[in-house]
Design a protein around this ligand. Structure first.
Ligand code: PLP
Length: 369
């Protein structure tokens, strides 16, 4: 037990608790050396594990036309996608995770509308204005709002201008069905710890035939695109969760999420759910509690035993309002009062009801003070 009283966990988009199936798969490596480049039997066993997870991942997202390059994190995979492919222009949506935005500071931003969805007309105009080899990076689902992008449409516009498309699917994998071939994407980032796998295993899926320059110089691992000994133990945990992946499990989570939102919105019309007019992940709510700062809310909820977050975990503790909400045109005052509640399959109706009660008490206490 890490904490004296375990809080109710509503921060699955930051990281999901490690599933026992992943832990069991990893424990099997106890005292077994696991370098997949070794020729002996131990090495061959490690290699088989990596190849099995590779196949499970390709099947999970229907990506027979792609190859998998394992990385340590989603951050690394995003960096590899944006820095490893040599192009003249990069376009990224304004609501991307910092691991995309900071990997390509020279990128041309793509606007989103008030619902958090890419402005397709503005996007096409941007592409039409540029010539030369281009890469477009648009996330499948946003980590703060859960808003899902119309990726198939984005890809078809990009293809008109011969641009390649990368998608950050770190939040989408496991929560919604992904069909990489139907989407038509060229590269996709995923990360094990967001779906109950271990930290330390992630991947960039790359359309066969595309060659990326490794960010690290060293051995020829991962088809020469990611030097360094593979994290076999974490990759085996990743494989175990992929083996049990079923997005249908999120139907109950979606019901709980909807219950939370509709109950909170009846309290006062000033309470807003950001991105609720768009298609969203089934587990994510970005809620504005007017006039109560995100920091105050986080502290209050923490004291009451609830783990939630303000925007992305990486920017928690920072007073600046979320770049995602500002890009959507959310007023700065509202953006400063937003928190993210992200649920998982372990959450229950009782937990949601307990949170609603505490939320209402906080709102009333501050508004009548
Ligand atoms: N992309 C998105 C959308 C994320 O939410 C995150 C993590 O919060 C990342 C990338 C980075 O993934 P990792 O934590 O594996 O580096």
């Amino acid at each position: 037990m890490l904490l004296k009283h375990t809080p109710i966990y509503f921060d699955y988009n930051a990281t999901a608790p490690l599933q026992s199936t992943a832990l069991e798969a990893m424990i099997e490596w106890k005292e077994a050396p696991a370098n997949a480049s070794s020729v002996h039997g131990f090495g061959r066993r490690a290699r088989q594990t990596i190849e099995k997870t590779r196949q499970l991942l390709l099947q999970a997202v229907n990506a027979k036309n792609m190859q998998v390059v394992f990385t340590s994190t989603g951050t690394e995979a995003n960096n590899l996608a944006l820095k490893g492919l040599k192009v003249e222009h990069i376009f990224v949506s304004a609501i991307e995770h910092p691991s995309v935005l900071k990997a390509a500071p020279q990128a041309i931003p793509i606007k989103v509308n008030g619902t958090g969805v890419i402005d397709l007309e503005a996007f096409e105009q941007l592409l039409a204005k540029t010539s030369g080899k281009a890469l477009v990076s648009v996330m499948l689902a946003n980590n703060e709002t859960g808003v899902i992008q119309p990726l198939q449409k984005i890809v078809s516009i990009a293809k008109k201008y011969n641009a390649l498309v990368h998608t950050d699917a770190v939040q989408a994998l496991g929560k919604i069905k992904i069909d990489a071939q139907a989407l038509g994407i060229d590269m996709m980032t995923v990360s094990a710890h967001k779906l109950g796998g271990p930290q330390g295993a992630a991947a960039l899926l790359i359309r066969k035939g595309l060659v990326l320059e490794s960010l690290l110089q060293g051995g020829g691992q991962e088809q020469g695109m990611r030097a360094g000994t593979e994290n076999v133990i974490a990759i085996s945990g990743f494989g175990a969760v992929l083996n049990q992946l079923d997005v249908k499990n999120f139907a109950t989570v979606e019901k709980l999420r909807n219950e939370l939102e509709s109950e909170l919105c009846t309290i006062d019309p000033a309470i807003k759910v950001i991105g609720d007019e768009a298609m969203r992940l089934p587990n994510t709510s970005c809620i504005v509690m007017p006039s109560i700062s995100s920091e105050t809310q986080l502290i209050e909820f923490d004291l009451q035993g609830f783990a939630v977050s303000a925007g992305s975990a990486c920017s928690s503790g920072k007073v600046a309002p979320s770049h995602v909400l500002l890009a959507m045109g959310v007023k700065e005052n509202d953006a400063k009062c937003a928190i993210r509640v992200s649920m998982g399959q372990q959450n229950t109706k009782q937990e949601v009801q307990a949170f609603i009660k505490v939320w209402k008490e906080l709102y009333q206490r501050i508004n009548t003070a």
